[in-house]
Structures are given as structure tokens and as C-alpha cells.
Design a protein around this ligand. Structure first.
Ligand code: PPE
Length: 308
């Protein structure tokens, strides 16, 4: 997806011009995928731009860093403030926010501990991740031939750059076959997640999503949807879901910061339900979009206003 350039990028504690945010070709993370990152969204609200669940994202960034032995040379507060400042200096109402912590230019070889830790925060306007129509019409999904990396192979539930090669392979395979998105299974054949999304299915008005200890990123949108659904009186079960449960579901949808809430209409050419976005899916999607846009103040505690 193309990136629309903005003015400034926060880089190791200072704002620099977008085009000046460059790194050396021997940057450790470029070679070995030894970085961690986040994806956050800021939305236009009646009280100005607001960042959705900022603290939760920055805390996850620190958990991801710890899992691969990176010590971030800033505090959670400093980085949270830096994110809000980056949105502010770029004068944006709505944007996607990408903090990345990486091992810079220093040493080569697989021991990363001698390479400096660097931090950057970029922001840019980003439309619907799975295409403009994805939220309304839904997406067509291919069950991926690529297994989601098993938990035994990497620290689970973290957002490490190198792990995304697994997602990239699944994505390429799905789009080359004409689908909108992939869905990866775990090593036991249960559904895990999309390349950049968590998944829910709905059967008889009950929501099902893979358990916290499965091989998935613990998505912040997933967590938000669980809380929103429960507050609306729906039951949510975190259980292993197999292919047949998915094919026979009434509804299915993806969640993610970039994706938001995208109905899944087809899997492997089989229609889910009647092949149209499900009723409960649309209800949750609308409720989510109201919350992030500051139109449901019961959830205002999830918003960080940029113009304080
Ligand atoms: N699983 C994966 C593998 C994942 O990358 C994401 C986010 C999620 C689940 C959903 O997590 P959350 O955003 O906290 O609800 N994927 C990011 C997009 C990756 C990309 O750059 O492309 C995102 O949505 O920001």
C-alpha cells in the first residue's frame, strides 16, 4: 500500500524531515529481522485527533522488545508522548502510526547485543488496509499453505519484524491467487490468524476466537472487540476453531488496527453464512468505529487526545 509522505519523523529523540530519516545498509535489523514495532491509529474526534489505546500499544512494544532482549533507551511515558507529538507536529487529524525499535549499524553477526538500539516513529494517512470496499462488502480469504510459526520457534504474542516473513509469504500466496487475504492455520490445523489480523467467527450469536496461548499476536483490536461484544451482552469464547467450524460459521471477521473490523464473506470459495457481511459483524464494526471516533464516551478512557 502506498505511503503518503508527511513532514517529520521522530528519530532517536528528535524530529527530522521525512526524507532525512535514513539508515546505514549494515543496520543489524535489515539483515536479521531483529527489531520490534507497533501499528497504532489516530482518529478524528469531536475533541480533535485522538490516538486509540496508545498506552496499550506502547506497553506491547516494550513487551516485544523484552522478549528479544532489546532494552529500549526511553520510558513508556517518553515514547507515548513522542507518538502524540509526532501526530501533532505533522498536523494530522487521522493517521496510522508506526513506532519501530531496531538494532542499528554497529556489529554484524547473529549476536545483536553489540549493535545500538534505535527508535523511530513515523505517521501517515492510511486508508482501509484491505481495500476501500473491505469494510462494507467483506473480503475473500484463502486458507494458507503456510503454517503460522509455532510458539516453540519464537517468543509468542509479540510483534518482531523478522517473524513477518511468515505473514509475507501467506499474503503473496493469497493475492497471487486472487484473494484479498490469507488465513494461517497453526501446526495442529486450528485457525490462527491472518498475516496482519486476528480472526473471529460467529455461530448462533456466540463469538469464537483462538485462545490467548495460541500462536497469534494478542491484538489490541481483538481485545477491544471482546470487551465491546461482552458489554453488548454477547458471549465470547476463546477456543480452538477448526476449518469446519469456520466453513460452517454464520459470520466471520478479521480485526486489526490497520484492518479495523473487516467481514469475511468467503473462505476458499465457500460462502460464509449467506456470503454477505454478517449482522453481528456489522454491529460490532459500527460500534468500534464510533468508539475510535470519540462518538461513544463510555470508552473515552481508550482515547489519548493529541491537543491536550
Ligand atoms: N496479528 C498480526 C500478525 C498482526 O500483524 C496484527 C496487526 C494483528 C494480529 C492485530 O493486532 P492489533 O493491531 O493490535 O489489533 N497488524 C498491523 C499491520 C501490519 C502491517 O504493517 O501491515 C496493524 O494492524 O497495525
Amino acid at each position: 500500500m502506498p505511503v503518503s509522505e508527511t513532514k517529520y519523523i521522530w528519530f532517536n529523540g528528535k524530529f527530522i524531515e521525512w526524507n532525512e530519516a535514513k539508515i546505514h545498509v549494515l543496520t543489524h535489523t535489515l539483515h536479521y529481522g531483529s527489531g520490534v514495532f507497533e501499528g497504532i491509529r489516530c482518529y478524528k474526534t469531536p475533541k480533535g485527533p485522538a490516538i486509540f489505546r496508545l498506552r496499550d500499544h506502547i506497553e506491547r512494544l516494550f513487551r516485544s522488545a523484552k522478549a528479544i532482549k532489546i532494552e529500549i533507551p526511553y520510558t513508556i511515558d517518553t515514547l507515548s508522548d513522542a507518538v502524540a507529538e509526532t501526530v501533532k507536529v505533522n498536523n494530522l487529524d487521522e493517521c496510522y502510526i508506526r513506532p519501530i525499535v531496531f538494532r542499528g549499524y554497529g556489529e554484524m553477526g547473529l549476536n545483536p547485543l553489540g549493535s545500538p538500539v534505535e527508535v523511530a516513529i513515523a505517521v501517515w494517512p492510511w486508508g482501509a488496509y484491505l481495500g476501500e470496499e473491505s469494510l462494507k462488502r467483506g473480503v475473500k480469504v484463502k486458507l494458507s499453505p503456510y503454517t503460522r510459526i509455532p510458539k516453540k520457534a519464537f517468543p509468542p504474542n509479540v510483534k518482531v519484524t523478522g517473524i513477518y516473513v511468515n505473514s509475507i509469504l501467506a499474503k503473496i500466496d493469497a493475492v497471487m491467487d486472487g484473494y484479498d487475504e490469507a488465513l494461517m492455520l497453526d501446526e495442529n490445523g486450528f485457525i490462527a490468524e491472518g498475516p496482519g489480523e486476528n480472526i473471529f467467527i460467529v455461530k448462533n450469536e456466540v463469538l469464537y476466537t483462538p485462545p490467548d496461548d495460541s500462536t497469534i499476536l494478542l491484538g489490541i483490536t481483538r481485545d477491544s472487540i471482546i470487551k465491546i461484544a461482552e458489554n453488548l451482552g454477547y458471549k465470547v469464547e476463546k477456543v480452538n476453531v477448526d476449518k469446519d467450524m469456520l466453513y460452517n460459521a454464520d459470520e466471520a471477521f478479521f480485526t486489526g488496527t490497520a484492518t479495523e473490523v473487516a467481514p469475511i464473506c468467503e473462505v476458499d470459495g465457500r460462502r460464509i453464512g449467506d456470503g454477505k457481511p454478517g449482522k453481528l459483524t456489522i454491529k460490532l464494526q459500527q460500534e468500534y468505529l464510533k468508539i475510535v471516533r470519540g462518538e461513544n464516551l463510555d470508552y473515552e478512557f481508550w482515547l489519548t487526545y493529541v491537543n491536550r
